[in-house]
Write a protein that binds this ligand. Structure first.
Ligand SMILES: [Zn+2]
Length: 247
């Protein structure tokens, strides 16, 4: 979960996203690659919903030139070393995708074929650190470049767990996956702590924090709430919205 790349300056953010309120500037930071923000632009439908696929790699997958996750393989060594069940691991990663899906107008779908997936997930073949994300984008002339593929990789030689137990040397899969997915969709480490996207692993919360949500909503828009066929009294729908955001 090390700092990935060159950090954007506050003044650049103000210039590009003038509508962001001051608090947001400290709660999140957009990833900037080679001077430009990056975002998935795989829109479908109206209103625009961004659809991103993901897959677990099945064989050695090399990405020459990648800064992170250059060589990855199946997650099996992670499961073996940390004694984790495959279904449990995948459920935790899915829960991490759901966190972002529940707040922003972006949807993630798992597919079988890694060669067609937007986000690849695997175990590092050259173990280092804890977990990393590599973000590749297409060159373009807009102020936001289109992400082409992101790779999330876990170090199989580290111990991993599901849930919090206060041991900050063993990272929770869901928390770590949610953090890395944040990078995979265009977020960087915020300057201030107290957010899931902060670079420091902590076990104070297991859901997205206000700054994380603001960043995702800025990039993809606020999640459109489904039309309620049988409208509930106002107080009920308000609590449902709150539950969706706070999990
Ligand atoms: Zn990170």
């Amino acid at each position: 979960m090390r700092r990935l790349l060159v950090l954007s300056s506050i003044s650049a953010l103000i210039a590009t996203f003038a509508t962001v309120n001051a608090q947001g500037l400290f709660g999140f930071r957009l990833l900037k690659l080679d001077g430009e923000h990056v975002v998935w632009s795989t829109w479908q439908g109206e209103p625009k919903v961004t659809h991103v696929t993901y897959a677990y790699v099945r064989t050695r997958t090399d990405t020459p030139g990648a800064i992170n996750c250059q060589s990855i393989g199946p997650i099996d060594p992670i499961l073996e070393r940390s004694n984790l069940d495959r279904t449990d691991f995948r459920d935790e990663v899915r829960a991490a995708f759901d966190m972002w899906e529940s707040v922003a107008n972006i949807r993630f779908t798992e597919i079988d074929d890694p060669s067609r997936a937007g986000i690849l997930i695997g175990a590092q073949l050259e173990p280092f650190g804890r977990a990393f994300t590599n973000v590749a984008y297409r060159p373009g002339d807009s102020d936001r470049r289109a992400i082409e593929r992101s790779i999330v990789c876990f170090n199989p030689e580290q111990r991993w767990k599901i849930g919090f137990d206060g041991d900050l040397d063993v990272y929770d899969i869901r928390y770590t996956a949610a953090h890395e997915i944040g990078h995979a969709i265009g977020l960087d480490h915020p300057a201030s702590g107290g957010q899931l996207m902060h670079y420091k692993y902590q076990e104070k919360f297991r859901t997205l924090q206000p700054g994380d949500i603001e960043g995702a909503v800025l990039l993809y828009g606020l999640r459109e709430q489904p039309t309620d066929v049988h409208p509930e009294p106002r107080v009920h729908s308000a609590s449902a919205t709150s539950a969706a955001i706070r999990e």
